[in-house]
Design a protein around this ligand. Structure first.
Ligand code: B12
Length: 467
């Protein structure tokens, strides 16, 4: 029998599209587990490689792989299935495996979405993948979550060290890697998000393990920046405080970015974050109107206090010289023009450095997606669908929502409409002593201006039912 040789792939959203932002921690962790068991592994992050279909096909044809494993994300499932079909065409002997969020959400039903899938996994696979590859017993495995995540191997970044992940929401941040401190969302109430169904429990790594991984990232792999891609780190908690204090004490001064909630940040936590060399935070604004915030179940605060909370949080982040990216949803169910305008006006007044605005999406597994199906507004096969007038849940077409989202972004991000924002960003770079960020972002300025004047940053995600 031939030796096992496993190829793991994170698909791009589109062939030839190069989107080097965050590393695919899922397959890097699986790769580490397989490598530790002595199995030959190759990993390709197609989203960062930007390969053409032809180049990938040649790679498959010229290599030898006994197994091909693909991460499937709902919006880009078709490209995942195309890879599976391509592998079977190259060699019917190849065993094809899928996992990732779409497989976890669809369960066994994913097997019917692509006839060429041999084995599907729902849940977290690093502790089981070796046994299942060595001794497959069935076509579908429901693995659930790993309770003690300290047992998971550290993602093996050496597989993709040749790739440079350098920009975050248009800001050049330097040679970066990503990392997880916790798994699962602690909040899990937001009605627009699928995390409530994907991550049933919230699990933490011990601070010592986290510090050990940061030390490898900084001292051995020599990355220059870190993205902490946890779903909802509670920055006011003793747990996060301990990690940040240990990072400072150990002299691990690698800058980092993280995702945060406005209602879990205060003066003290932001001060400590900056001291631990936090460069920036992505904070969910979502909307301004209390009715919409209540519908999204975004916060425990009274929805009427949300706006005030956002104002004070962005003000404090600014005071501590932390860069901020605010994310906004435009055109949720029954959101009126006036409510959308309230969000745009709020963004204009916040001390926020970048706004990312997205038209509302019905996402598989989310509460609003389930409600829309129950009410017969969308079909259960619409896994990832922008809101649209034809569902009778908004008065706008998707194109109009995209336009409004862009207008909200332009209000804050445009160098022409809001030059003071650029001065503020440069001031923060200087106070953070990020000289390379000034230079590299200055070089990118023509691109930023071009994007804001002429280009459309959104791709309407193709959904075969969204006609
Ligand atoms: C970091 C992150 C990103 C990063 C990096 C993505 C990446 N390269 O991995 C960035 C910011 C780029 C990103 C972008 C997007 N993301 Co994202 N992202 C995440 C986030 C917060 C963490 C992912 C992560 O690193 N997890 C840690 C690793 C260890 O877990 P994992 O990836 O799930 O892998 C485990 C299992 O899934 C399984 N597994 C995974 N792959 C495979 C493959 C095989 C063969 C097997 C057997 C098992 C297996 O085993 C792994 C180990 O346990 C998740 C939320 C979450 N909590 O997962 C959303 C999430 C994955 N993203 C999501 C989405 C929708 C997107 C975007 C489409 C957003 C957008 N609108 O543009 C884009 C798509 C980008 C792309 N090209 O596909 C959704 C996916 C929903 C879905 N139904 O598919 C999630 C779940 C968030 C949500 N809304 O619920 N994302």
């Amino acid at each position: 029998m031939c030796e096992k040789s496993v190829l793991l792939i994170f698909p791009a959203s589109k062939w030839e599209l190069k989107d080097t932002f965050c590393q695919p921690l899922g397959i890097l962790t699986l790769g580490a587990a397989l490598k530790q068991a002595g199995i030959k592994v190759s990993i390709i992050d197609l989203s960062a490689e930007g390969w053409s279909k032809r180049k990938f096909h040649n790679y498959l044809k010229n290599g030898y792989f006994s197994h091909i494993g693909v991460t499937v994300l709902s919006p880009f499932r078709e490209i995942g299935y195309e890879i599976i079909d391509m592998a079977k065409k190259v060699s019917p002997e190849i065993i094809t495996i899928v996992g990732g969020p779409h497989a976890s959400l669809r369960g066994e039903k994913i097997l019917a979405e692509c006839q060429n899938i041999d084995i599907a996994f729902s849940g977290e696979a690093e502790l089981d993948i070796v046994d299942i590859i060595n001794n497959p017993l069935k076509r579908f495995y429901d693995l659930g979550v790993v309770e003690d995540i300290d047992k998971c191997p550290i993602p093996d970044r050496s597989f993709i060290r040749h790739l440079k992940y350098t920009t975050f929401s248009g800001i050049w941040v330097g040679d970066s890697t990503s990392m997880k401190w916790i798994r699962g969302c602690q909040w899990r109430k937001c009605t627009f998000c699928s995390r409530s169904e994907l991550t049933i429990s919230h699990r933490r790594r011990t601070p010592e393990k986290i510090i050990e991984e940061i030390a490898i990232i900084q001292n051995e792999l020599k990355y220059k920046n870190l993205f902490v891609v946890d779903d909802s780190l509670m920055f006011k908690s003793k747990y996060v405080k301990t990690i940040l204090e240990m990072k400072i004490k150990e002299g691990l001064d690698i800058p980092f970015w993280a995702l945060a909630r406005a209602d879990h940040l205060d003066d003290e936590s932001l001060g400590l974050l900056r001291k631990a060399n936090c460069s920036g935070l992505e904070i969910g604004i979502e909307a301004a109107a209390p009715r919409v915030i209540e519908m999204y179940k975004k916060t425990d605060l009274k929805p009427t206090l949300w706006k005030q909370k956002l104002e004070s949080t962005f003000e404090l982040a600014d005071k501590h010289n932390i860069l901020t990216i605010g994310t906004v949803i435009v055109g949720g169910p029954y959101e009126t023009k006036n409510e959308i305008q309230q969000t745009t006006d709020l963004c204009k007044n916040l001390k926020v450095d970048v706004i990312q605005a997205f038209p509302f999406l019905y996402i598989i597994g989310s509460e609003l997606w389930k409600q829309a199906i129950e009410q017969g507004q969308i079909s259960s096969e619409q896994y990832f669908t922008y809101n649209d007038k034809k569902f009778a849940t908004t008065e706008f077409t998707t194109e109009e929502l995209i336009k409004m989202a862009m207008e909200t972004e332009h209000t804050v991000n445009s160098p022409l409409k809001n030059p003071s924002r650029y001065i503020r960003i440069v001031k923060k770079f200087i106070r953070q002593r990020k000289w390379s960020m000034i230079g590299n972002n200055f070089i990118r300025l023509p691109l930023i201006i071009k994007n804001f004047l002429f280009e459309h940053p959104y791709e309407v995600i193709p959904d075969e039912y969204h006609q």
